[in-house]
Write a protein that binds this ligand. Structure first.
Ligand SMILES: NC(=O)c1ccc[n+]([C@@H]2O[C@H](COP(=O)([O-])OP(=O)(O)OC[C@H]3O[C@@H](n4cnc5c(N)ncnc54)[C@H](OP(=O)(O)O)[C@@H]3O)[C@@H](O)[C@H]2O)c1
Length: 401
């Protein structure tokens, strides 16, 4: 990276003396726009910011803003469960790069990580930066495989800057599709829809596929892939707008709003007159209990998520429908997208082709500003997103928020 170094000397004698004393330097990168950072003298920034004009602007941009877990949520997450903190932008070591976040993803699995015992993955500690997928620009590289200005994707968390080993990054080609799709159609939700539907459910032409959470990131893709495989796609979603989106824009064959049409069985019988061959379950709870009553012989059910249960302390008790699996000789299989890691390339090739052929369409629900990430997460958990919930943290070109 083309950069120059200068001893901090912006007119405050104390500061100059201190900075020389501990070897602090202000780094200004010309290739990354206004990107600047302080090394080794954290305390300087507040004083500089209060007192000095231009220098204060530069110095404030040397701060890394992060969202950390402040409290473990009880029930639905709320703003006070998160805290915005500042820290110095970290230094990459050999083989590492510094990434500036452009988009970050808010996803339902994060709710599990906020618990004391998060389940299949490690729980976040209190005070720890919220985890999450990020698409960002490389602003400093200490590895020949990645250059400054490259766009990359990795699990870097809810923060403006992060250091990561170059080998842990996925390079994103902005010529293929808008870079935000690396967190959606061409990222984790796309892979989840692809493998959960095609590998576990193996839908056949003419079969009826029902998907819950159909207006969200994974669900909206599941229905479209089902259509590509010449199935009948039926969605269950939580608003009339989502129903219009998936039946109008995405070409689902039918859908209903489970919040206003609470007679789930009647709705499903009407929309699936020949029964249900495949169920892609994103939500669990009473919706799934109803679907299970209507499955056909040899039905396949992929358990992708159970979002209706994520805010509960104890699992909700429901009807015991396992007998249906016996009488219908049906298969239920839970999965985690990561179990398919060695086949991601195959799926991304196919999803990219479908995207380019416009056989897959998508909508993003973008919130601006890192400080608004908790709100975006809360909105998504409450069903207020259509398509993929994302947070835009900075611009890819200018590196400014
Ligand atoms: N197995 C895996 O590897 C894997 C990977 C990614 C995602 N997932 C799971 O897939 C599911 C969808 O994830 P996503 O990222 O695509 O999220 P999303 O659908 O974009 O957003 C979550 C949606 O869940 C719905 N929801 C919230 N509370 C609900 C409730 N009580 N009952 C029914 N629906 C509820 C809301 O839509 P409505 O308006 O319809 O209520 C909300 O918009 C989640 O369960 C997630 O955990 C699993």
């Amino acid at each position: 990276m083309a950069s120059y170094f200068a001893v901090i000397n912006i007119g405050q004698p104390d500061l100059k003396r201190k900075s020389q004393g501990n070897g602090s330097i202000l780094t200004i990168s010309s290739s990354a726009g206004a990107f600047a950072r302080i090394r080794g003298y954290e305390g300087a920034r507040a004083g500089i910011a209060q007192t000095y004009g231009v220098a204060s602007l530069i110095t404030m941009e040397g701060v890394n803003r992060q969202i950390v877990l402040a409290e473990r949520p009880v029930g639905a997450p709320k703003e006070s469960d998160f805290r915005l903190v500042e820290s110095p932008i970290p230094d990459p070591g050999p083989g590492e790069v510094l990434v500036r976040t452009v988009f970050l993803s808010v996803d339902p699995y994060m709710r599990g990580r906020m618990r004391q015992n998060g389940g299949y993955a490690r729980s976040l500690d209190l005070g720890e930066v919220m985890i999450g997928g990020v698409v960002g620009t490389v602003v400093e590289s200490h590895d020949p495989r990645v250059g400054v200005g490259d766009v990359v994707e990795a699990a870097l968390g809810w923060q403006e800057y992060a250091v990561a080993p170059a080998k842990a990054l996925r390079r994103i080609d902005p010529a293929v599709a808008p870079i935000s799709t690396a967190l959606y159609v061409l990222g984790m939700p796309g892979l989840t829809a692809y493998f959960g539907l095609l590998d576990i459910c193996r839908p056949q032409p003419g079969e009826t596929v029902v998907v819950s959470g159909a207006g969200g990131a994974v669900g909206s893709l599941v229905g479209q892939i089902a259509k590509i495989k010449r199935c009948r796609a039926i969605g269950i979603a939580g608003s009339d707008e989502k129903v219009r989106f998936i039946t109008g824009e995405l070409n689902f064959d039918g859908a209903f709003n489970y919040k206003t049409r609470t007679d789930y069985e009647a709705q499903l019988k009407q929309l699936c007159p020949t029964g249900i061959d495949v169920y892609f379950d994103n939500v669990g709870g009473p919706i799934t209990d109803t679907v299970m009553r209507l499955i056909n012989n040899r039905a396949r059910i992929a358990v992708c998520g159970q979002i209706s249960q994520y805010n509960n302390d104890k699992p909700e008790m429901g009807p015991r429908w396992l007998h249906q699996l016996v009488s219908k000789q049906a298969k239920v299989e839970g999965f985690l997208v990561f179990q398919y890691a060695d086949r991601y390339e195959e799926a991304l090739r196919q999803l990219t082709a479908w995207l380019r052929e416009r056989r897959i369409k998508y909508r993003e629900d973008i919130t601006t500003g890192l400080e608004n990430a908790p709100g975006a997460f809360i909105r998504m958990m409450g069903g207020h997103n259509i398509g993929k919930a994302l947070v835009k943290v900075s611009d890819v070109a200018s590196g400014t928020a």
